[in-house]
Design a protein around this ligand. Structure first.
Ligand SMILES: *Cc1c(COP(=O)(O)O)cnc(C)c1O
Length: 428
Protein backbone atom coordinates (compact mmCIF):
# COMPACT_ATOMS: atom_id res chain seq x y z
CA UNK A 1 0.00 0.00 0.00
CA UNK A 2 1.47 3.34 -0.91
CA UNK A 3 0.09 6.05 1.26
CA UNK A 4 0.96 9.69 1.44
CA UNK A 5 1.96 10.20 5.05
CA UNK A 6 3.08 13.45 6.66
CA UNK A 7 5.40 13.92 9.57
CA UNK A 8 3.29 16.15 11.81
CA UNK A 9 1.06 15.92 14.85
CA UNK A 10 -1.77 17.52 12.88
CA UNK A 11 -1.53 14.77 10.27
CA UNK A 12 -1.48 12.03 12.92
CA UNK A 13 -4.61 13.52 14.49
CA UNK A 14 -6.27 13.70 11.12
CA UNK A 15 -5.51 10.01 10.51
CA UNK A 16 -7.14 9.19 13.84
CA UNK A 17 -10.21 11.21 12.95
CA UNK A 18 -10.54 9.42 9.65
CA UNK A 19 -9.93 6.02 11.19
CA UNK A 20 -13.18 3.99 11.26
CA UNK A 21 -11.77 1.93 14.16
CA UNK A 22 -10.58 4.79 16.38
CA UNK A 23 -13.53 4.40 18.80
CA UNK A 24 -12.53 0.82 19.62
CA UNK A 25 -9.72 2.21 21.78
CA UNK A 26 -12.45 3.21 24.27
CA UNK A 27 -13.28 -0.46 24.70
CA UNK A 28 -9.89 -1.05 26.40
CA UNK A 29 -8.31 0.08 29.65
CA UNK A 30 -5.23 2.13 28.74
CA UNK A 31 -2.63 2.23 31.55
CA UNK A 32 -1.83 5.71 32.86
CA UNK A 33 1.47 7.42 33.45
CA UNK A 34 2.13 8.99 36.85
CA UNK A 35 1.11 12.39 35.43
CA UNK A 36 -2.34 10.97 34.66
CA UNK A 37 -1.88 10.83 30.90
CA UNK A 38 -2.34 7.65 28.90
CA UNK A 39 0.80 5.63 28.45
CA UNK A 40 2.01 5.14 24.92
CA UNK A 41 1.46 1.43 25.13
CA UNK A 42 3.25 -0.35 22.29
CA UNK A 43 3.58 -3.71 24.01
CA UNK A 44 0.54 -5.65 22.79
CA UNK A 45 2.98 -8.15 21.29
CA UNK A 46 3.84 -9.16 24.84
CA UNK A 47 0.71 -8.55 26.89
CA UNK A 48 -2.39 -7.08 25.28
CA UNK A 49 -4.53 -4.57 27.16
CA UNK A 50 -7.69 -5.48 29.00
CA UNK A 51 -10.99 -5.05 27.18
CA UNK A 52 -13.48 -3.17 29.37
CA UNK A 53 -16.06 -5.89 29.04
CA UNK A 54 -13.69 -8.51 30.51
CA UNK A 55 -14.61 -7.54 34.05
CA UNK A 56 -18.29 -7.87 33.31
CA UNK A 57 -17.88 -11.31 31.68
CA UNK A 58 -15.79 -12.55 34.61
CA UNK A 59 -18.22 -11.15 37.17
CA UNK A 60 -21.05 -12.93 35.46
CA UNK A 61 -19.32 -16.30 35.83
CA UNK A 62 -18.42 -15.58 39.45
CA UNK A 63 -22.04 -14.77 40.23
CA UNK A 64 -23.24 -17.90 38.41
CA UNK A 65 -20.95 -19.91 40.64
CA UNK A 66 -22.23 -18.03 43.73
CA UNK A 67 -25.86 -18.65 42.83
CA UNK A 68 -25.76 -22.04 41.17
CA UNK A 69 -22.77 -24.01 42.35
CA UNK A 70 -22.37 -27.11 40.26
CA UNK A 71 -25.55 -26.35 38.31
CA UNK A 72 -23.58 -23.62 36.54
CA UNK A 73 -22.31 -26.36 34.26
CA UNK A 74 -25.73 -26.61 32.67
CA UNK A 75 -27.55 -23.33 33.42
CA UNK A 76 -27.42 -19.70 32.49
CA UNK A 77 -26.65 -18.03 29.17
CA UNK A 78 -23.19 -19.55 28.99
CA UNK A 79 -23.20 -22.95 30.70
CA UNK A 80 -19.72 -24.18 31.60
CA UNK A 81 -20.02 -27.67 30.12
CA UNK A 82 -19.89 -26.47 26.52
CA UNK A 83 -18.21 -23.13 27.36
CA UNK A 84 -15.27 -23.61 24.98
CA UNK A 85 -17.76 -23.81 22.13
CA UNK A 86 -18.62 -20.13 22.65
CA UNK A 87 -15.11 -19.31 21.44
CA UNK A 88 -15.13 -21.54 18.39
CA UNK A 89 -16.48 -19.13 15.82
CA UNK A 90 -14.22 -16.29 16.88
CA UNK A 91 -11.14 -18.49 16.72
CA UNK A 92 -12.16 -19.99 13.37
CA UNK A 93 -12.42 -16.54 11.85
CA UNK A 94 -9.11 -15.40 13.29
CA UNK A 95 -7.03 -18.23 11.89
CA UNK A 96 -9.11 -19.15 8.81
CA UNK A 97 -10.38 -22.51 10.00
CA UNK A 98 -13.53 -24.61 10.09
CA UNK A 99 -15.30 -24.64 13.43
CA UNK A 100 -14.33 -28.26 13.96
CA UNK A 101 -10.64 -27.36 13.68
CA UNK A 102 -10.17 -24.91 16.58
CA UNK A 103 -10.42 -25.13 20.33
CA UNK A 104 -9.21 -23.34 23.46
CA UNK A 105 -7.21 -25.55 25.77
CA UNK A 106 -4.12 -25.71 27.99
CA UNK A 107 -1.26 -23.27 27.46
CA UNK A 108 0.81 -22.64 24.35
CA UNK A 109 3.88 -24.68 25.23
CA UNK A 110 1.72 -27.52 26.57
CA UNK A 111 -0.16 -27.56 23.28
CA UNK A 112 3.08 -27.66 21.29
CA UNK A 113 3.99 -30.78 23.23
CA UNK A 114 0.58 -32.39 22.80
CA UNK A 115 0.67 -31.65 19.08
CA UNK A 116 4.13 -33.18 18.79
CA UNK A 117 2.84 -36.33 20.49
CA UNK A 118 0.56 -36.73 17.49
CA UNK A 119 2.58 -35.14 14.70
CA UNK A 120 6.19 -35.84 15.52
CA UNK A 121 6.70 -39.56 14.89
CA UNK A 122 10.37 -39.89 14.17
CA UNK A 123 11.87 -42.93 12.40
CA UNK A 124 15.53 -43.73 11.72
CA UNK A 125 15.16 -42.27 8.24
CA UNK A 126 12.90 -39.34 9.05
CA UNK A 127 13.65 -37.90 12.45
CA UNK A 128 14.38 -34.18 12.14
CA UNK A 129 12.41 -31.20 13.29
CA UNK A 130 13.00 -28.06 11.28
CA UNK A 131 12.85 -24.93 13.46
CA UNK A 132 14.48 -21.52 13.20
CA UNK A 133 17.73 -20.69 14.97
CA UNK A 134 17.02 -18.41 17.94
CA UNK A 135 13.41 -19.54 18.12
CA UNK A 136 11.48 -18.42 21.19
CA UNK A 137 13.14 -20.35 24.05
CA UNK A 138 10.04 -22.31 25.01
CA UNK A 139 9.64 -23.62 21.46
CA UNK A 140 13.32 -24.51 21.30
CA UNK A 141 13.13 -26.40 24.60
CA UNK A 142 9.91 -28.16 23.63
CA UNK A 143 11.40 -29.37 20.35
CA UNK A 144 14.70 -30.37 21.90
CA UNK A 145 13.01 -32.32 24.68
CA UNK A 146 10.64 -34.09 22.27
CA UNK A 147 13.60 -35.23 20.20
CA UNK A 148 15.33 -36.57 23.30
CA UNK A 149 12.10 -38.15 24.55
CA UNK A 150 12.02 -40.24 21.37
CA UNK A 151 15.61 -41.34 21.92
CA UNK A 152 17.16 -39.14 19.22
CA UNK A 153 20.01 -36.66 19.50
CA UNK A 154 19.20 -32.95 19.07
CA UNK A 155 22.63 -32.52 17.44
CA UNK A 156 21.47 -34.74 14.58
CA UNK A 157 17.73 -34.20 14.65
CA UNK A 158 17.20 -30.53 15.39
CA UNK A 159 17.61 -28.73 12.09
CA UNK A 160 18.11 -25.05 12.86
CA UNK A 161 17.76 -22.71 9.92
CA UNK A 162 19.48 -19.33 9.96
CA UNK A 163 19.14 -16.18 7.92
CA UNK A 164 21.94 -15.53 5.42
CA UNK A 165 25.19 -14.11 6.71
CA UNK A 166 24.71 -10.42 7.45
CA UNK A 167 20.90 -10.62 7.26
CA UNK A 168 18.48 -10.77 10.16
CA UNK A 169 15.35 -12.15 8.50
CA UNK A 170 14.70 -15.21 6.37
CA UNK A 171 14.23 -15.46 2.65
CA UNK A 172 11.37 -17.81 1.81
CA UNK A 173 13.40 -19.30 -1.04
CA UNK A 174 16.09 -20.34 1.44
CA UNK A 175 13.55 -22.06 3.71
CA UNK A 176 12.02 -23.86 0.75
CA UNK A 177 15.45 -24.94 -0.43
CA UNK A 178 16.28 -26.57 2.91
CA UNK A 179 12.95 -28.41 2.80
CA UNK A 180 13.62 -29.50 -0.76
CA UNK A 181 17.13 -30.71 0.04
CA UNK A 182 16.57 -32.30 3.44
CA UNK A 183 12.82 -32.97 3.44
CA UNK A 184 13.24 -36.73 3.26
CA UNK A 185 14.78 -36.71 6.74
CA UNK A 186 12.43 -34.07 8.21
CA UNK A 187 9.54 -35.46 10.25
CA UNK A 188 8.14 -32.10 11.33
CA UNK A 189 8.46 -28.48 10.29
CA UNK A 190 7.64 -26.20 13.23
CA UNK A 191 8.01 -22.52 12.44
CA UNK A 192 6.41 -19.31 13.66
CA UNK A 193 3.64 -17.54 11.77
CA UNK A 194 5.29 -14.31 12.91
CA UNK A 195 8.80 -14.48 14.36
CA UNK A 196 8.83 -12.98 17.86
CA UNK A 197 12.22 -11.24 17.65
CA UNK A 198 12.15 -9.72 14.18
CA UNK A 199 8.39 -9.50 13.58
CA UNK A 200 8.82 -11.26 10.23
CA UNK A 201 5.76 -13.04 8.84
CA UNK A 202 6.58 -16.45 7.36
CA UNK A 203 4.97 -17.65 4.15
CA UNK A 204 2.93 -20.36 5.83
CA UNK A 205 1.21 -21.44 2.64
CA UNK A 206 4.41 -21.98 0.65
CA UNK A 207 6.16 -23.67 3.57
CA UNK A 208 3.24 -26.03 4.14
CA UNK A 209 3.10 -26.97 0.48
CA UNK A 210 6.84 -27.57 0.28
CA UNK A 211 6.75 -29.65 3.46
CA UNK A 212 3.84 -31.78 2.28
CA UNK A 213 5.51 -32.36 -1.09
CA UNK A 214 8.31 -33.99 0.86
CA UNK A 215 6.05 -35.94 3.21
CA UNK A 216 6.69 -33.78 6.30
CA UNK A 217 4.13 -32.70 8.88
CA UNK A 218 3.83 -28.92 9.15
CA UNK A 219 2.82 -26.97 12.26
CA UNK A 220 3.01 -23.31 13.19
CA UNK A 221 3.39 -21.39 16.39
CA UNK A 222 1.00 -18.48 16.03
CA UNK A 223 1.79 -16.71 19.32
CA UNK A 224 2.63 -13.51 17.41
CA UNK A 225 0.31 -14.15 14.47
CA UNK A 226 -3.12 -14.68 16.02
CA UNK A 227 -5.02 -11.42 16.26
CA UNK A 228 -2.24 -9.76 14.26
CA UNK A 229 -2.39 -10.98 10.66
CA UNK A 230 -4.95 -12.77 8.49
CA UNK A 231 -4.52 -16.49 7.94
CA UNK A 232 -6.23 -19.35 6.07
CA UNK A 233 -4.97 -22.38 7.95
CA UNK A 234 -7.64 -24.67 6.55
CA UNK A 235 -7.06 -23.78 2.90
CA UNK A 236 -3.30 -23.84 3.35
CA UNK A 237 -3.67 -27.36 4.74
CA UNK A 238 -1.53 -26.67 7.77
CA UNK A 239 -1.50 -29.81 9.94
CA UNK A 240 -1.64 -28.08 13.30
CA UNK A 241 -1.08 -24.72 14.96
CA UNK A 242 -0.96 -23.37 18.52
CA UNK A 243 -1.16 -19.89 19.93
CA UNK A 244 -1.50 -18.02 23.19
CA UNK A 245 -4.32 -15.57 23.79
CA UNK A 246 -2.63 -12.95 25.92
CA UNK A 247 -0.61 -11.11 23.26
CA UNK A 248 -2.66 -9.64 20.40
CA UNK A 249 -5.70 -11.44 21.78
CA UNK A 250 -5.91 -9.49 25.00
CA UNK A 251 -7.17 -12.24 27.30
CA UNK A 252 -4.90 -11.73 30.29
CA UNK A 253 -1.56 -13.07 31.49
CA UNK A 254 -1.26 -16.84 31.20
CA UNK A 255 -4.69 -17.21 29.68
CA UNK A 256 -5.79 -20.48 28.10
CA UNK A 257 -4.27 -21.05 24.65
CA UNK A 258 -5.71 -21.94 21.25
CA UNK A 259 -5.13 -24.96 19.06
CA UNK A 260 -5.87 -25.89 15.44
CA UNK A 261 -5.80 -29.38 13.96
CA UNK A 262 -6.70 -29.76 10.28
CA UNK A 263 -9.83 -31.82 9.63
CA UNK A 264 -7.87 -34.34 7.54
CA UNK A 265 -6.57 -35.69 10.86
CA UNK A 266 -9.84 -35.82 12.78
CA UNK A 267 -10.87 -39.32 11.75
CA UNK A 268 -7.42 -40.86 11.87
CA UNK A 269 -7.62 -43.43 14.64
CA UNK A 270 -3.95 -44.33 14.20
CA UNK A 271 -2.64 -40.97 15.38
CA UNK A 272 -1.19 -41.35 18.84
CA UNK A 273 -2.57 -38.86 21.30
CA UNK A 274 -2.38 -38.16 25.00
CA UNK A 275 -6.03 -38.34 25.94
CA UNK A 276 -8.29 -37.02 28.67
CA UNK A 277 -12.00 -37.15 29.37
CA UNK A 278 -12.74 -33.79 27.71
CA UNK A 279 -11.66 -35.30 24.38
CA UNK A 280 -14.29 -38.03 24.66
CA UNK A 281 -17.47 -37.98 22.59
CA UNK A 282 -19.76 -35.44 24.27
CA UNK A 283 -22.83 -37.65 24.02
CA UNK A 284 -21.32 -40.37 26.16
CA UNK A 285 -18.68 -38.52 28.20
CA UNK A 286 -20.60 -38.88 31.43
CA UNK A 287 -21.38 -42.58 31.03
CA UNK A 288 -17.95 -43.10 32.58
CA UNK A 289 -17.50 -46.40 30.75
CA UNK A 290 -13.75 -45.93 30.27
CA UNK A 291 -13.88 -46.76 26.55
CA UNK A 292 -12.22 -43.72 24.98
CA UNK A 293 -14.25 -42.59 22.00
CA UNK A 294 -12.58 -39.45 20.62
CA UNK A 295 -14.69 -36.55 19.39
CA UNK A 296 -14.28 -36.26 15.62
CA UNK A 297 -12.77 -32.81 15.78
CA UNK A 298 -9.87 -30.94 17.31
CA UNK A 299 -11.77 -31.30 20.59
CA UNK A 300 -10.47 -34.88 20.77
CA UNK A 301 -7.16 -33.37 21.91
CA UNK A 302 -8.71 -31.65 24.94
CA UNK A 303 -7.77 -33.16 28.26
CA UNK A 304 -9.54 -31.39 31.10
CA UNK A 305 -12.56 -29.32 31.77
CA UNK A 306 -11.17 -25.84 31.13
CA UNK A 307 -10.80 -22.85 33.49
CA UNK A 308 -14.00 -20.93 32.82
CA UNK A 309 -12.75 -17.56 34.11
CA UNK A 310 -9.97 -17.61 31.56
CA UNK A 311 -12.32 -18.64 28.77
CA UNK A 312 -14.67 -15.81 29.79
CA UNK A 313 -11.82 -13.34 29.30
CA UNK A 314 -11.13 -14.80 25.85
CA UNK A 315 -14.81 -14.47 25.00
CA UNK A 316 -14.72 -10.81 26.04
CA UNK A 317 -11.73 -10.24 23.80
CA UNK A 318 -13.25 -12.04 20.82
CA UNK A 319 -16.48 -10.04 21.20
CA UNK A 320 -14.48 -6.80 21.21
CA UNK A 321 -12.63 -7.88 18.06
CA UNK A 322 -15.95 -8.72 16.45
CA UNK A 323 -17.26 -5.29 17.36
CA UNK A 324 -14.22 -3.80 15.60
CA UNK A 325 -15.20 -5.64 12.42
CA UNK A 326 -12.99 -8.69 12.77
CA UNK A 327 -9.42 -9.43 11.82
CA UNK A 328 -9.66 -8.15 8.23
CA UNK A 329 -10.73 -4.67 9.40
CA UNK A 330 -8.03 -4.69 12.08
CA UNK A 331 -5.34 -5.80 9.67
CA UNK A 332 -6.30 -3.02 7.26
CA UNK A 333 -5.77 -0.44 9.97
CA UNK A 334 -2.66 -2.23 11.22
CA UNK A 335 -0.92 -1.89 7.85
CA UNK A 336 -1.56 1.85 7.91
CA UNK A 337 -0.54 2.22 11.55
CA UNK A 338 2.70 0.26 11.29
CA UNK A 339 3.35 1.83 7.89
CA UNK A 340 3.02 5.25 9.48
CA UNK A 341 5.37 4.29 12.31
CA UNK A 342 7.98 3.13 9.80
CA UNK A 343 7.57 6.32 7.77
CA UNK A 344 8.13 8.47 10.87
CA UNK A 345 11.15 6.46 11.98
CA UNK A 346 12.73 6.81 8.55
CA UNK A 347 11.94 10.52 8.39
CA UNK A 348 13.10 11.46 11.86
CA UNK A 349 15.82 8.98 12.68
CA UNK A 350 17.16 7.71 9.38
CA UNK A 351 20.38 5.83 9.97
CA UNK A 352 20.34 6.13 13.76
CA UNK A 353 17.79 3.34 14.01
CA UNK A 354 17.77 0.14 12.03
CA UNK A 355 14.47 -1.64 11.46
CA UNK A 356 14.91 -5.42 11.35
CA UNK A 357 11.31 -6.15 10.37
CA UNK A 358 10.74 -6.55 6.64
CA UNK A 359 9.00 -3.66 4.88
CA UNK A 360 7.02 -5.76 2.43
CA UNK A 361 3.39 -5.90 3.65
CA UNK A 362 3.11 -9.67 3.33
CA UNK A 363 6.08 -10.01 5.67
CA UNK A 364 5.18 -7.87 8.65
CA UNK A 365 2.43 -7.54 11.23
CA UNK A 366 2.00 -4.85 13.89
CA UNK A 367 5.48 -5.07 15.34
CA UNK A 368 8.67 -3.30 14.30
CA UNK A 369 11.94 -4.51 15.82
CA UNK A 370 14.49 -1.74 16.15
CA UNK A 371 18.19 -1.68 16.85
CA UNK A 372 19.95 1.46 17.93
CA UNK A 373 22.86 2.16 15.60
CA UNK A 374 23.95 5.54 16.79
CA UNK A 375 26.87 7.40 18.39
CA UNK A 376 27.95 4.40 20.47
CA UNK A 377 24.74 4.67 22.50
CA UNK A 378 23.64 1.46 24.17
CA UNK A 379 20.22 0.27 23.00
CA UNK A 380 19.26 -0.69 26.55
CA UNK A 381 19.96 2.85 27.78
CA UNK A 382 17.78 4.28 25.02
CA UNK A 383 15.06 1.82 25.95
CA UNK A 384 15.18 2.92 29.59
CA UNK A 385 14.88 6.55 28.53
CA UNK A 386 11.80 5.97 26.41
CA UNK A 387 10.18 4.03 29.25
CA UNK A 388 10.77 6.96 31.57
CA UNK A 389 9.08 9.23 29.05
CA UNK A 390 5.84 7.23 29.08
CA UNK A 391 6.38 4.59 26.41
CA UNK A 392 5.81 0.92 27.15
CA UNK A 393 7.62 -1.21 24.61
CA UNK A 394 9.86 -4.13 25.27
CA UNK A 395 13.50 -4.95 25.25
CA UNK A 396 14.69 -8.28 23.95
CA UNK A 397 18.23 -9.51 24.40
CA UNK A 398 20.65 -9.22 22.76
CA UNK A 399 19.76 -5.80 21.36
CA UNK A 400 16.28 -5.18 20.08
CA UNK A 401 13.54 -2.73 21.05
CA UNK A 402 10.21 -4.15 19.96
CA UNK A 403 7.31 -1.78 19.44
CA UNK A 404 3.89 -2.83 18.24
CA UNK A 405 1.14 -0.35 17.50
CA UNK A 406 -1.96 -2.50 17.85
CA UNK A 407 -4.99 -1.53 15.76
CA UNK A 408 -7.39 -2.42 18.59
CA UNK A 409 -6.20 0.38 20.87
CA UNK A 410 -3.25 2.31 19.46
CA UNK A 411 -3.58 5.54 17.55
CA UNK A 412 -1.60 7.33 14.87
CA UNK A 413 -0.92 9.93 17.52
CA UNK A 414 0.74 7.24 19.67
CA UNK A 415 3.13 6.53 16.79
CA UNK A 416 3.89 10.23 16.37
CA UNK A 417 4.64 10.80 20.07
CA UNK A 418 6.70 7.63 20.30
CA UNK A 419 9.01 8.68 17.49
CA UNK A 420 9.45 12.14 19.02
CA UNK A 421 10.34 10.55 22.37
CA UNK A 422 12.74 8.12 20.72
CA UNK A 423 14.41 10.99 18.90
CA UNK A 424 14.88 12.83 22.21
CA UNK A 425 16.25 9.68 23.80
CA UNK A 426 18.96 9.38 21.17
CA UNK A 427 20.54 12.66 22.24
CA UNK A 428 23.74 12.10 24.18
C1 LIG B 1 4.85 -15.85 23.94
C2 LIG B 1 5.41 -17.07 23.35
C3 LIG B 1 5.44 -18.29 24.03
C4 LIG B 1 4.99 -18.36 25.48
O1 LIG B 1 4.67 -19.67 25.84
P1 LIG B 1 3.65 -19.97 27.04
O2 LIG B 1 3.53 -21.44 26.98
O3 LIG B 1 2.37 -19.25 26.74
O4 LIG B 1 4.25 -19.45 28.30
C5 LIG B 1 5.93 -19.40 23.39
N1 LIG B 1 6.38 -19.33 22.12
C6 LIG B 1 6.35 -18.18 21.41
C7 LIG B 1 6.85 -18.16 20.01
C8 LIG B 1 5.89 -17.02 22.01
O5 LIG B 1 5.91 -15.89 21.33
Amino acid sequence: MTHRFENSLAFAKQMDEQDPLSAIRNEYHIPKQSNGEDEIYLCGNSLGLQPKRTEQYLSYELSQWQKLGVKGHFSGDYPWMPYHEFLTEGFAELVGAKNSEVVAMNSLTANLHFMMVSFYRPTQKRHKILIEDHAFPSDHYAVESQIKFHGFDPEQSMLLIKPREGESTFRTEDILKVIEEQGDSIALILLPGVQYYTGQVFDMQAITKAGHDKGCQVGFDLAHASGNIEMQLHDWQVDFACWCNYKYLNSGAGSVAGCFVHETHHKNKDLPRFAGWWGHNKQTRFKMDNQFDPTESVEAWQLSNPPILSLAAIRASLDTIKQAGGISALRKKSLLLTGYLRFLLNQELGDDIKILTPENEAEHGCQLSLTVDTHGLDGKVVFERIEKAGVTGDWRYPNVIRVAPVPQYNSFEDCYHFVQILKQSLQQ
